[in-house]
Design a protein around this ligand. Structure first.
Ligand SMILES: [Fe+2]
Length: 157
């Protein structure tokens, strides 16, 4: 039993999944702060609508930040928790000086596209490792965020 972790997964698979989850966590953290930036700085006729929508999205991202971090702990590893580490490994880049509504929404679409792609890779790796807990987390996020991308693109016309 020495090569399995506390929930019966192969230790080496769990470690690889934890690393991939830490990469995902970094992207969530940068994307979360980008979305707060959109919430704060958006200007124009649709301010009230977008300001509220961006809050709804960043609140959901924050929930997922915690779920991803706690999944890493469940697998027996430590979640990254320093901004310097997030900035180093996140594929989603910091989005600064954005105030135009459509530009904010485009930033959201691009960020969700990165998350969805990372989660598809995670889902595939988790399935190969028989890690149903991580796989179902990834699959729930993918389904939700694919719908969000449709809605954001509908807004963009
Ligand atoms: Fe606010």
């Amino acid at each position: 039993m020495s090569d399995t972790n506390a929930i019966g997964l192969h230790a080496s698979s769990a470690q690889q999944l934890a690393e991939r989850l830490n990469g995902l966590l970094a992207n969530y953290q940068v994307f979360y702060m980008n979305t707060r930036g959109y919430h704060w700085n958006v200007k124009g006729e649709q301010f009230f609508e977008l300001h509220a929508k961006f809050e709804e999205i960043y609140t959901d991202l924050l929930t997922k930040v915690d779920e991803v971090a706690e999944r890493i702990l469940t697998l027996g590893y430590q979640p990254l928790h320093a901004y310097s580490d997030y900035a180093k490994i996140s594929q989603i880049q910091e989005d600064k000086q954005v105030a135009d509504g459509k530009q904010c929404v485009r930033g959201l679409v691009e960020g969700f596209q990165v998350l969805i792609e990372l989660q598809r890779e995670l889902l595939s790796q988790a399935s190969d490792a028989d890690d149903e807990g991580t796989a179902s987390l990834a699959s729930d996020y993918i389904r939700e965020q694919e719908k969000t991308v449709w809605m954001l693109n509908a807004y963009l016309g």
